[in-house]
Ligand binder design. Structure first.
Ligand code: GDP
Length: 528
């Protein structure tokens, strides 16, 4: 097979629970990828990001979140695009959608904690799209849970085959190094006073090699031999196809803080992680080798500068070679958008993009024309990329205006923010109060503070009688009309006018779903 005539890309995200070490790992990936030189650069940003989670100084911190939304580094001729997902526990649909723009993910797990709630949630989103996942068990320099227990937990909790690719020789105080099972190499701490920084790796002839006796304590070696042998017979061998299908995860052990296992992880991304794949679309998929530019918007960030109502739409390039100044057609509206000042993201700066390739992310400044889910094409074809979902909100609140003369501003603000994808807005069929839907409590605080800061609207949220919402559809239009007639007080329209049923609780939802078998109740709505 000939090599594709385009640069090699790995576009990926890191998924993890807060504090598992995502920021530290990001920093080390950028460091080993040569994109940053001083330890601590991303950390500083990470701290800002954390501070941002209370969103109190939104305007000021917006710029930071944008520059760090995509980080790029290169190694051995491969460009790695790392897409950031917000790190706080309460996250928005934004996070989910970012995962629609990656080809693979790295799942970071704290060796002492195993699978945590947010790891699981993010994993589920990856699974929906069969995103291949490499697992990095972090913090082996501290006391952690036994490797077997961690591997079994990943396998059981996520219903995934696991394949250990490396094995830690002890953890915490007993940590002596990491054995690369695939390449039979032992990585040991550097023998300097600073402690456990990774030194040179030694190649050996296998676990039985007597050289290992000089490199490890007798106890450490006995444990390694016993555990690694058990692991090799106890778990599935590495199967690239199963990994690419999202059915198997190769597992690496390491310590982001102590630089352990980070280069192995980059090698794994280079060796196994997929380069841009064909993107599912309607009526046809788009292959990255196609000459004409095609991409989709997976995120919109508004009001980055409060002086201007500017927005940046983040487009993932799926095919073609993008050049600055190019005109792209917005499918559905027939608008043509000249992209004069695209932004390519690098670790440190925003830079004006001259060109970009499939797998790259481009920031397109605009005044609200571009929406999440939009497909942009160089050709005049009508293709829509599919699979960028809206998620059923888990919290529904009525919006109450403090100053009733501000209805119009409120409407504009809510529509803007719904467009950004930070929440959803529903207009009930009965009553005049709009309802907002979010997936986490923190988003409500963010909304209130943004309404004030960006739109000068004082609003509050009141409890609503509903708990969750479902988009409804049926092959029989009469069935929808009949259903709406029966449940008028629980019906609303989303911002595209699609009918939504709001349920009081899971029990009611379950009951109603059972009673109307010819209606599809769906927790996600794909954007078209
Ligand atoms: P994030 O919330 O997932 O981005 O996690 P951070 O990267 O901010 O890390 C959370 C905490 O764990 C910080 O105090 C880090 O210094 C620490 N940490 C991260 N990686 C390691 C590691 O490999 N070993 C140890 N001992 N601590 C780590």
């Amino acid at each position: 097979m000939s090599k594709p005539n385009r640069p090699d890309r790995r576009t990926f995200a890191i998924i993890s629970h807060p504090d598992a070490g995502k920021t530290t790992l990001t920093e080390k990936l950028l460091y080993f990828g040569g994109a940053i030189h001083l330890a601590g650069e991303v950390k500083a940003r990470g701290q800002n990001r954390r501070a941002r989670s209370d969103w109190m100084k939104i305007e000021q911190q917006r710029g930071i979140s944008v520059t760090s939304s995509v980080m790029t580094f290169e190694r051995d001729g491969i460009t790695f695009n790392l897409l950031d997902t917000p790190g706080h526990e309460d996250f928005s649909e934004d996070t989910y959608r970012t995962l629609t723009a990656v080809d693979s993910a790295v799942m970071v797990i704290d060796a002492a904690k195993g699978i945590e709630p947010q790891t699981r949630k993010l994993f589920e989103v990856c699974r929906l799209r069969s995103v291949p996942i490499i697992t990095f068990v972090n913090k082996v320099d501290r006391e952690g849970r036994p490797p077997f227990e961690l591997l079994d937990e990943v396998a059981d909790a996520l219903a995934l085959d696991v394949c250990p690719m490396s094995w830690p020789v002890g953890m915490g105080g007993q940590f002596e190094g990491i054995y690369d099972l695939a390449r039979d190499r032992l990585h040991r701490p550097a023998a300097d006073a600073t402690g456990a920084y990774e030194g040179d790796a030694a190649s050996v002839a296998g676990l039985g090699d007597s050289q290992l006796e000089d490199m490890l304590s007798a106890q450490g070696l006995a444990l390694l031999r016993e555990e690694a042998e058990l692991a090799q017979v106890g778990y599935a061998p590495f199967d690239e196809t199963a990994y690419l299908n999202g059915d198997l995860t190769p597992v690496y052990f390491g310590s982001a803080l102590k630089d352990f296992g980070v280069e192995q992880l980059i090698d794994a991304l280079a060796d196994f992680a997929p380069s841009p794949r064909p993107q599912p679309g309607d009526p046809r998929d788009v292959d990255p080798s196609e000459p004409q530019v095609a991409g989709f918007v997976f995120k919109v960030q508004a009001n980055m500068n409060p002086q201007h109502r500017d927005r940046v739409a983040f487009m993932r390039l799926c095919s073609g070679k993008f050049k600055r100044g190019m005109k792209l057609n917005q499918v559905g509206t027939g608008k043509s958008i000249a992209v004069h000042s695209p932004i390519l993201f690098f670790a440190q700066n925003r830079e004006l993009a001259e060109e970009a390739f499939p797998g790259d992310i481009i920031g397109i400044p605009n005044h609200g024309t571009l929406r999440v889910g939009d497909t942009l094409l160089e050709s005049g074809e009508t293709i829509r990329f599919t699979g960028i979902p809206n998620f059923a909100p888990e919290i529904l609140r009525r919006v109450k205006l403090v100053d009733p003369t501000k209805t119009k501003q409120l409407r504009t603000a809510l529509n803007d923010m719904a467009e950004e994808g930070v929440m959803q807005v529903f207009v009930p069929q009965i009553g005049s109060q709009m309802v907002v839907g979010v997936v986490g409590q923190l988003q409500l605080d963010v909304l209130i503070s943004r309404l004030q800061a960006e739109y000068k609207v004082d609003a509050a949220f009141e409890p609503s009688p509903w708990d969750t919402a479902r988009w409804i559809a049926s092959d029989d239009p009469k069935a929808i009309a009949e259903f709406e007639g029966l449940h008028r007080s629980a019906m609303a329209a989303d911002r595209d006018g699609a009918p939504v049923f709001m349920a009081k609780d899971a029990w009611e939802l379950n009951y109603i779903t059972g009673r109307f078998p010819n209606i599809r109740f769906s927790a996600t709505k794909e954007r078209h």
